[in-house]
Design a protein around this ligand. Structure first.
Ligand code: FAQ
Length: 309
């Protein structure tokens, strides 16, 4: 088969709903896009441990501590599944980690915001994991087998994360005046960054057309963002909380909750490394990597001493 015939056969497989597996022929651009997306996703899970990890020692009781500990540990596991999925495409772990630690790699903008109170643990679980689930259940249907399967598992775990967060917000919104103030403040701070984390509007999303053509994304950034707002906005209002958007309104004709304009300048500032916590997040990952040096050395020495078969 020549190149054009290979591409046509590849696209026909995707069209039939078949999964593309690691050894299969694929266009170089399909491989490049997947490595880009999966490694960014893996980095997001690993960096995403930091805002919540900071609150493990300050959990108000043992049950909350256990739940938060399990959640943060799950995020580490998600990072591992995803790095493995990217490795099946030829990316090495060392290259990916180096890209993260040098600041070249992207990871989700959302994790460059600080977690300022215990209420943030509830709101992150509900909003951020809720947003991640919408994105990841879509990616669980993607055309690349290893990424699709990783997202099936991740989504199941995220759904527990989302529920524990929502439960906390519900409880705090019915609690003391102090707790209500704390949870309202967390909602105010996390709403817009979560709305932004779905990425730029469709007409400004350079990667979307090829990702959709090859079945990597099956919904666009704006479609997923709209699903999120439709799902979460009425539930937040139902709890007697407000959202920091004076233009938010329900549109009868479309059945959609419409937001006011998104501050894309803020989004790009954060993506380009100038958000409130970008430097702190990278410094924390560099320190963890340096602290783990002796473990990597010990593993390499152990592997060297094993008899070769
Ligand atoms: N942050 O052309 P598009 C989680 C970049 S996991 C930073 O629209 P695309 C779990 C984008 O990379 C959350 N950069 O890009 C958890 C591209 O730059 P590039 C992460 C962003 O790929 C919960 C440029 O802008 N999930 O939360 C962002 O078609 C709680 C142009 O954009 C994933 O990574 C952003 N928000 O769509 C953990 C899922 N948005 O690479 C702990 C997989 C866009 O060309 C606690 N990824 N950019 O230089 C995706 O679904 C997609 O990559 C999107 C972006 C939707 C993120």
């Amino acid at each position: 088969m020549n190149e054009a015939e290979r591409l046509a056969a590849f696209e026909a497989r995707i069209h039939r709903g078949e999964k593309i597996e690691p050894g299969d022929w694929m266009p170089e651009e399909y491989r490049r896009q997947l490595i880009r997306m999966i490694s960014q996703h893996a980095h997001s899970e690993i960096v995403g441990m930091l805002p919540e990890g900071a609150w493990i020692t300050r959990a108000p009781n043992l049950r909350r501590k256990l739940v938060l500990l399990a959640k943060v540990q799950d995020e580490a596991g998600h990072g591992q599944y995803l790095y493995h999925a990217a490795e099946t495409l030829g990316a090495t772990r060392e290259e990916m980690i180096e890209a993260l630690l040098s600041g070249r790699a992207k990871y989700s903008s959302i994790f460059n915001y600080p977690s300022q109170s215990w209420a943030d643990m509830g709101v992150i679980g509900w909003f951020v994991d809720g947003a991640a689930i919408l994105n990841q259940t879509m990616l669980a249907r993607c055309s690349y087998g290893p990424y699709s399967r990783a997202n099936i598992r991740i989504s199941a775990e995220e759904s527990f994360h989302m529920k524990q967060g929502k439960e906390q917000v519900i409880l705090m919104s019915q609690g003391t005046p102090g707790q209500r103030t704390m949870v309202q403040d967390a909602v105010n701070r996390w709403w817009w960054p979560t709305v932004m984390m779905f990425g730029p509007h469709d007409h400004e999303s350079p990667n979307s057309p090829v990702l959709i053509r090859w079945g990597i994304k099956t919904k666009t950034n704006d479609e997923l963002r709209q699903d999120f707002v439709n799902q979460v906005a009425p539930e937040v209002l139902e709890l007697g909380l407000s959202l920091p958007d004076p233009d938010l309104r329900y549109e009868q004709a479309s059945g959609n909750w419409l937001t006011g304009p998104i501050d894309w300048d803020e989004f790009w500032r954060v993506v380009k490394g100038n958000g409130p916590c970008n430097a702190e997040r990278i410094a924390a990952r560099r320190k963890a990597h340096a602290d783990g040096e002796w473990v990597r050395e010990a593993l390499a020495a152990y592997a060297e001493r094993q008899p070769t078969t």
